[in-house]
Design a protein around this ligand. Sequence first.
Ligand code: IMP
Ligand code: MG
Length: 180
Amino acid sequence: MIRIKDLDFEVSIRHNEIEDSISNIAERMNQDYEDKCPLLLAILNGSFIFAADLVRHLTFEHEIQFAKFSSYQGTESTGNVKELIGLNVDITDRDVIIVEDIIDTGKTMSTLLANLKDRGARSIEIATLLMKPEKLTVDLDVKYCAIEIPNDFIVGYGLDYDGLGRQYPDIYTVISHKED
Ligand code: IMP
Ligand code: MG
């Protein structure tokens, strides 16, 4: 068990299970991209460990770029607008693979897809380490999902609680919430 700030977590997915699941999606990607040279677009911060482990299973040529969402406080009518920063590569006619840590409601991924759509990519696919299918509120075609999980909050293997806990090799699920 680990404690981060006010929350207790217990191990829910061991590192070797994570490794096996990543190697499974990598095998499928190796078939699908055999003669291509896609651009992997890894979304910071959460995907840095997943991306590092994933690429070491890939047998096709590829490039990798890391980009990040920056949230701006918009006007009352537009709400919170997210903009992709750090993608300084021309993706015209490229096969793009978005590499994400987790898809929860799917809103982040939808925003990203909308952002990339107008940039002329040949294809865009999604590779995510984790997905909470029951929480999905948008229509998303996720081609490569390593592990599907229930609705609980998790940390470890790149994922954080309030900026902490990304370093753990295993994934932990929250077990209690102390109200103050
Ligand atoms: P979505 O837009 O609801 O799909 O949220 C996706 C983002 O929320 C992820 O990129 C994570 O940063 C964060 N997130 C969602 N669920 C969890 C979780 O269980 N633990 C840590 N971060 C999470
Ligand atoms: Mg993320």
